[in-house]
Each structure stands twice: as C-alpha cells, then as structure tokens.
Design a protein. Structure first.
Lengths: 446, 523
C-alpha cells in the first residue's frame, strides 16, 4: 500500500522487539468476540489512477459554476480567486501543520492569523477579531451565546432578513440550551419593526446586512434601540465583499459582528469548508469564543506571536469554557488573508464597485421582463425577484436552459409562504453575455 | 525597528546570534515583517477594471473614508507568505508525534480530487438536478463510515470534531425529550481523562457534567460508572481508545450499564484511527460517535482547520438526526433540507448552514478508496505497531504510568522519570524542537502528571522511528546527567526562542495598530 512504509519484514522484526509474536496481541484489550476476523465488506485498495477515474465520474455529473451563466448566492458567492491563493495554501508547511501549540515552530501560522485578525477588525469596523470560526452560521450561534453571557439575559431577537439557515442554527442551539428566541417574520421589503420586539429581557438583536433578500439595512436605529434597553446588536453578513462598499457594521453601532468569509479566497465547495469571521468590541474580548492570536516577545526580545487568552477555552476551562470550539478554519482563513493581501484596500473597493455595478445592470435587465419585478430599493450584489408562479419551478426550468438563475426563497424557508421569490446574485464573474442569456431564458420559461 | 520594506533601519540591530547579520536573517531563515508594515493602501495584486459610470443603489449607506487595509503586488505577496510558511513545522517536514491529533501523511491525490471543478466549483443551493454526483459522493462516504463503524445512520454536516460532539449530544437530548424525560435526565458523565471538548459540549446545551474517576490502570471501570447511574443520567461521553492510548476493556459492559439505566453512550471518536477495520464501535454498543475526518481519514489539519466531524448514530438515535440528510431513491439522490420533507425523521434542527464540509468529504473518500478495506486495517495495525515500538524503545528510560495495558496508536509517558532533574515536560518538548522534531502532546491527558503523549501514526518508516527513539534516548540521558540548560533555555535553533505567553495574556495585543507619531507618544 503506497502510503504505508513498513514492509512485512519490518513488522516481524518490530513485533519481536516489542516482545509479542502476533499483531493481535497488541489489540488484546478488545473483547475477543468483538475483534473482526476478516476485513469489513468494502472494496479493496485502489491505485491512484483508479481513484481518479472513480471520483472523476462523480465530479462529471455536476454542473460547475464556471461552466454556465451563474447567479446563485444566498450565503455563498462565486468570485474569481487568484491562482496565487491556491498555490500558497498548498505549501506543505501550511497544509500539513497543526494548531500552533508550539509557537516557536509555528510562527508562519501565527503571523498570518495576526494579520487575518487585523484585516477582519478593519473590515468590520470593530476593535478585535478572533482567528475564525467554522463558518458564518455557526459563528452566529456562538455570537448569540456570547451576548447571553455578557448581558446575563437569555432571549435573542432575530430579524426576518436573517438567512433562514442561520436562524435555524440559532434556534436549534437555543432550544437545546433552553434559551428563548423571538423570530420576526420574513421581510422581503426590509420593512419589519424589530425595535418593538426588544424589551428588558432581550440579550441581543441579530440583523443581517445586506439581508438575505439583498436589502441594505441601516443598522443605526436598531443599535441605538437595543443598547438603550441593555441589549447588544449582533450584525451578520454573508457577503464579505460588500464590506468594501457598504458602511461597516462597527460604524453603525454593532457590538458583535459575525459573518461568512467564503467570498474572499475560498471556492464554493458545495457549502464547505468556509470561514466564519467574528469581531467584537474590545471590552467583550474575554467573552469571545474561538482562538485568539496575540503578539509577544521571545527570550531574546524578538517579536513573535502565540495563541492567547486560552483560559476562555475548553482545554483549560472544560465545562466552564466560552465555547466547545477546538479548531478554527485555519487554511480557509489563510486563503482569505492572501486574497485580501492581493486585493488591498484599492482592489477590494474596486471589486465591490464591479459587483454592485453588475448587479444593478442585471436588476434593470430582469425588471424589463414581463411579469417580473425587483423588490429591492437598495442592494449590493444580490436582490430579490418576484416572478409569476412558483419560483422553484422557474429556477428548475432555467437550469434546464443552462442558466443557474438563483435560489428560490421557498427552498430556504418553505413555511414562510413566499413561493414566488428568487434570490439573485451577480458578481464580477458575470459578463454581458451571461446577463443576456439569463434574460432570454427567463422570457422563455415564463 | 523595521522600515516599510521589512528591513532593519540600522546595521547591527540583529542580536541573539553568535554571528549577527545586518538583516537579522540567517541564510534560508529570512525574517518577515508584518503585512501592515510592508503593504501600501494604493497597491493591489489584482488587475480589475473600474466599472463604467452607473448610479449606485446603496440607499445612502456607502462606506465613508478609508478601511485601513493594505495590499501587495503578486510577487511580494508570494514572497511574504512563502517566507511565513518556512517558519512552520508540518508533517511533510518530519515526524509529528502529537498524541491524540493523528498527524498522518496527507496524500496529494486527495487535494487534486477535491479541486475537481465538479466538486469545488458547485454551489450548495444550485438545483439538486445539477449536483447529483456530489450527493452521490456524500452518500458513498456515509456508507463507508457506517460500514466501518457498524452503525445504521450518520449525520454528515458537523464541521469539526467538537461540532460532531455537539450534534451527537443534541440527538441524545432530542431522544430524551421525545421520551418525556427531558426535565429529569440532565446529567452527563465524563471521565477525568476526557478531551476538554466533552464537558464543554455537554455544558453548552445545558447538561450538568459529573466526572467519572480515573482508575490506577488508566481505564474506566464499569463499577464506577454504575455507582453514578440514576434516573437523572442522560449519557456518558467516553473516548475509546481512551486518551491514555488504551482500549477500554470494559466498554461493552459500560454500554450495557448505560442502556439498562435508560441512558445513552456517546463515544468520542478522536482515536478511531487505532481500530478501523479491527473493531466496530456499533458492535461495542455506542449510540453516537463523531469521526474526525482530519485525523482518521487524513484530510489536512491546515494549521488548525478546517476539520470535519460526521457523527454516526445507532438505531436508537437514527431518527433524531439533524438536517440536512440525503435520501436515495434508485439512482436519484434527494437532499432533505427542511422538517416538512423529513418524514419519519424527527430532525432536531440544523447545526450549520448548507450541507457540511464537502471539500473534506472528497479527500476522505479518496483516502478510503485508496486504502480499501484491507489497507485501512493495515494502517490501524501499523499505527499501533509503531506506537508500541516507540514505547518498547523508551520504557527503560522514561516512565510509563500504565504499563499493564498495551498501547494502541499512542504511547503515554509521565514525568516521574524527570523528578529531581529540574527539567519539566515543557523543557523536554522544547529540546525536541532543536533536534528537528515537533514535540509530542504535553500535559494531556490531565490524569497523568506531566503527560507526554506520543503518536507516531502509520506514516513513519522503521528507520524514522529508530532515529526518533535514539534521539529521545539521547535527550533523556542528557536530562538525567543534569545538562539542564539544553532544556530550560530551549529551543535555540527555532525561528524564535521561547515565547513569553504570560506577557501575551496579561496585555493582549490582538491586532496591528499604526505606530504612534513620536510627539504624540511623548505626551
């Protein structure tokens, strides 16, 4: 077997050195009747070529985003990732290293985490950021728990513009922890009255911006109302590129900011792995979940970096920890850091303008199709289309025409009764031809 | 002080070397400034054209002012991150015996497969008719996991081991609630030797954690468990093989005792790699067990993630699996994403957006197909053989806390043998760095004083193990001879000398901030 260096002669000699005659002597603690006598019922080993063929056949049954006019978003976005990013994250020393528990031989990981934390803090307009979470949705669940710890209250208010999967993650966690959640109804027009839901029991208000329907929200009145009642504003985003153009959640008064970082540096990957971004006000740092990287010096006074404030974490505090999280999303956050380094301030802002411009062009083109309307007044690179008939059927028919034209909202939240809405995203990858193909296909299927 | 090119501002600043250099560099070991010290606000390594003039529709909520980010051109970016990478130790650098973490070889075929556009460039919410191959892959991986564990269901979506624990414990809580016992059964038993994630997970969803004492032989005894059982006990969380590297001999009896008491058995599967193809956790009586694809099935650790933690479920828990899951109908695969589609499954909700770690699934299945049933059994046997070979090579010099049981995939030593040397486990670990090794896991499990947990994995050759054993023997003899400084001041040859973690925690600096102008700083 190509991955196993030992020969049978090695094995025999090593067993002799250990002082046993049979490998099963080392498995003696397994009850004899539970020790498998024969290999399990699965295929035998395969060479590289055979594995490539078998997996290649499965891959070929899927339709990659790059192969069609592609407008699917709703929490994951198709962006162009520079070739440099994927090359660098495959450097052995990044790819095959562990959590930096031995900082003297992990400065590479630690320094990029410090750079990542700085980039995230700047982007979100917050004072501190952690070394990442699994993804935006799990980060949102953790943010709610953090708000409960800070306010010593246990009721979260969720905006109707929060991605339904994110809301479901929060509700699941809260239900299990016997915390309460008030969910505002879905609000495609961003006209919900969240402020009236905030009371003296509320620990936090969770608002996504741009929201799942693509609307850009002014968080300032909600922040003020929440804070007046002693609650925190948790601002959520699923499209990190929007932060290059839209006012930062920090500047609008958020106490905790959490979001999905997939858009920068990471492929679509059918939903994972992604990278959760998590930032907060400095005064809450000791209640944050996840890894934190901090600056220090070595025995000779040279600057270096270490994981720090670990007394918050499970391996020290066990059942009193701020979270059970053990890893971050290391390699995905490296990809984010590299892509953000390549973009820089100038590149990110331009990328954001291109995204917005493409979405505006697409919205105008689609709004011209008979029977179709765009619901949003303000949006970034995603908006909501109202179509005659069932959105799910329209999207499926579009796919039949070779256009992946968005996400029916009913797929995310069938119970909302909003069966005629399609969430449509447009990024820098879309060309004029893609837009024309979408418009033509939509006219045909309606 | 470094200038904005990352270079010292005056000659001779670099110290700490017998032969100081102007740059502070040491040949291939090149110092690298922070991105924010060398980047420029107007510099970009991505060529994008400004869009044609248009009217923005941002509702007046445009960002005002500078973000504060900096950029680098492509060659500078490449050099910055390559230099950073050279300050890291990885599996490809050398033996990485980090116990409990399973740092085995990461085959590059798996990386290549995960990057096929048919897997990496598909969106989680594009129509299911356009991702049938992806759903089939997840279904295949689920099948392999169920066969290897002897279970009948698996929740695929958890994002990491600890997340799998959470999903598994949620399934247990849902099952208890369904029986109407939610108000009574709120205690979870956790051995003192457990990973910290176990009690943290249980506490996160409102369970009260009760410790199970560790016995002198490093295992959990069924009598100790029985003594704690009562109508209030919901589950036990037990790692097997356990964190001392021992297969729990009474696991079947413990499982039976839990079930007889109406409680569940959560098995922490972090060490499943020792028994793949040798024993099936389902046969042992477990009800739920997460599988770290990044340990047992070689998906890269990536400097701390991303992981993947599917959790297998027994018949008793199968119908409480979280959303989403895949339902096969002939050759068609349907993704069940919402409660109204779930049928008999009383899904307790959702633990993450979308469907889990597809990128990791592809890598893990690529590993499984490559090894096959025969290769995976051999891998487990080699991992156990290598650990016992190291143990045999060191046990006369270093102390074994639990000599009566064979080790599984990792050998646990304590620091009794360092008594009176003035050298700690930490010092010994740092001296290993100078010898070109990543240290073993230190101070875990907590039930052993000054623990040193060594897991070589199956990826090491006999020659590699021999050199490792000789190196540790040499260090051990030097420690016993009183060569204290070699240990207490180590490492000498790493990119950094020992780092001051206390200072980092006392005055946390968690991000770069621009240097204060001199006049301001003086005020």
């Amino acid at each position: 077997m190509r991955y196993l260096p030992l020969s049978d002669a090695d094995r025999t000699a090593m067993l002799a050195r250990i002082g046993v005659t049979d490998i099963d002597a080392l498995f003696a603690d397994i009850p004899a009747d539970k020790l498998l006598k024969a290999p399990v019922d699965l295929p035998r080993r395969k060479g590289e070529l055979e594995v490539e063929r078998q997996l290649g056949r499965l891959a070929a049954k899927n339709v990659p985003a790059s192969s069609v006019p592609f407008f699917v978003g709703a929490g994951a976005y198709k962006h162009h990732v520079p070739a440099t990013v994927d090359h660098l994250i495959q450097r052995s020393e990044f790819l095959t290293s562990y959590t930096p528990y031995q900082p003297e031989i992990a400065q590479g990981t630690l320094q990029y985490l410090f750079e990542f934390q700085t980039q995230v803090a700047l982007l979100t307009g917050m004072e501190v950021a952690n070394a990442s979470m699994y993804d935006g949705s799990t980060g949102t669940g953790e943010a709610v728990l953090m708000a409960h710890r800070i306010t010593k209250r246990r009721k979260a208010v969720l905006s109707g513009g929060l991605h339904p999967h994110y809301a479901e993650v929060v509700r699941t966690l809260s239900h299990m922890a016997s915390d309460s959640v008030v969910s505002a109804p879905a609000s495609p027009l961003a006209d919900e009255d969240l402020i009236s839901l905030i009371d003296g029991e509320t620990s936090c208000v969770v608002v996504q911006n741009p929201d799942v329907f693509g609307n850009i929200r002014d968080l300032r009145p909600i922040a003020a109302a929440a804070q007046a009642k002693g609650a925190l504003l948790i601002a959520v985003f699923t499209e990190a590129v929007s932060l290059g153009l839209v006012e930062s959640p920090g500047a609008m008064g958020a106490d905790i900011v959490v979001g999905e970082g997939q858009s920068i540096g990471n492929a679509l990957n059918f939903g994972g792995p992604y990278v959760g971004l998590f930032a907060a006000k400095q005064k809450y740092v000791r209640q944050m979940p996840g890894r934190l990287c901090g600056e220090t010096v070595d025995a000779e006074g040279q600057r270096g970096f270490v994981l720090t404030l670990s007394t918050r974490e499970q391996h020290i505090r066990r059942d009193k920890a701020t979270s059970n999280i053990c890893t971050n999303s290391g390699l995905c956050c490296l990809a984010f850091t590299i892509h953000m380094t390549l973009l820089g301030e100038a590149g990110l802002k331009r990328l954001a303008r291109i995204n917005h411009a493409n979405a505006v062009k697409l919205a105008d083109a689609l709004a011209g199709v008979k029977g179709v309307s765009v619901l949003n007044k303000a949006f970034f690179n995603e908006f909501t289309l109202r179509v005659p008939g069932k959105a799910a059927d329209v999207v499926e028919k579009l796919a039949g025409k070779g256009v992946l034209g968005g996400v029916p909202y009913s797929r995310l939240a069938p119970e909302a009764g909003l069966d005629d809405l399609i969430l449509v995203a447009s990024t820098e990858v879309n060309s004029d031809d893609d837009r024309a193909a979408f418009v033509a296909a939509l006219k045909e299927v309606l | 002080m470094l200038n904005n090119q990352g270079r010292p501002t005056a000659a001779g600043e670099a110290t700490g070397s017998a032969h100081p250099t102007f740059t502070g560099n040491r040949a291939l070991q090149v110092e690298e400034a922070l991105l924010f010290e060398i980047g420029r606000a107007d510099c970009t390594g991505v060529d994008l054209d400004e869009p044609a003039s248009f009217s923005p529709r941002l509702g007046g909520l445009e960002r005002k002012g500078d973000i504060g980010l900096v950029g680098l051109s492509e060659p500078e970016t490449m050099r910055h991150f390559v230099r950073l990478s050279q300050k890291n130790y990885g599996i490809d650098t050398g033996l990485f015996p980090l116990g409990s973490c399973t740092m085995k070889h990461n085959p590059r075929l798996n990386e290549k497969m995960a990057r096929l556009p048919g897997f990496s460039d598909i969106h989680p919410l594009q129509p299911q008719s356009t991702v049938q191959g992806a759903l089939e892959l997840i279904d295949q991986l689920a099948h392999w996991l169920m066969v290897l564990t002897g279970t009948s269901a698996v929740a695929m979506s958890p994002k990491a081991g600890a997340h799998g624990e959470l999903a598994g414990m949620m399934a247990i809580k849902a099952a208890i609630d369904a029986k109407g016992e939610g108000a009574i059964r709120n205690v979870v038993l956790v051995p003192e030797s457990a990973h910290g994630t176990n009690p943290a997970t249980a506490a996160l969803i409102g369970f009260v954690v009760k410790p199970v004492p560790a016995q002198d032989d490093g295992t959990v005894h069924v009598e100790d468990v029985k003594a704690l059982l009562g109508p209030d006990v919901a589950a036990i969380m037990l790692t097997n093989p356990n964190t001392c590297g021992i297969f729990e001999p009474q696991i079947v009896e413990i499982a039976k005792a839990m079930h007889d008491a109406g409680a569940y058995f959560y098995c922490d599967g972090a060490n499943f790699n020792a028994i793949v193809g040798k024993a099936r956790p389902g046969d042992l009586g477990i009800d739920a067990m997460h599988i770290n694809l990044h340990k047992t099935f070689s998906t890269p650790h990536g400097g701390g993630g991303p992981g993947a933690g599917p959790v297998v479920l027994s018949d008793r828990l199968a119908r409480f699996a979280p959303l989403p899951f895949i339902r096969r109908d002939g050759s068609h695969f349907a993704l069940v994403e919402t409660a109204d589609q779930a049928g008999d499954v009383q899904a307790f909700g959702r633990v993450t957006a979308f469907h889990g770690q597809m990128g990791m699934y592809v890598r893990a299945l690529s590993y499984m197909l490559s090894h096959g049933s025969d290769g995976m059994k051999q891998a487990s046997e080699d991992a156990v053989l290598n650990a016992n070979y190291i143990r045999a090579g060191l046990e006369d010099l270093m102390s074994l806390p639990f000599p009566d049981h064979p080790s599984m995939h990792e050998a646990l030593f304590d620091d009794t043998w360092l008594k009176d040397t003035g050298i700690s486990t930490l010092d010994f670990a740092k001296a290993m760095i100078d010898e070109g090794y990543h240290p073993m896991t230190m101070y875990f499990p907590l039930v052993v004083h000054g623990a040193m947990l060594i897991e070589p994995t199956e990826s090491e050759s006999r020659a590699s193990l021999d050199l490792f054993i000789m190196t540790l023997r040499d260090l051990a003899l030097r420690a016993k001879r009183g060569e204290t400084e070699r240990f207490s001041a180590a490492p000498f040859h790493a990119p950094r000398r020992r780092l001051d973690e206390t200072r980092a925690a006392r005055n946390p600096i968690l991000r770069w901030t621009p240097p204060q102008p001199i006049q301001q700083a003086a005020e």
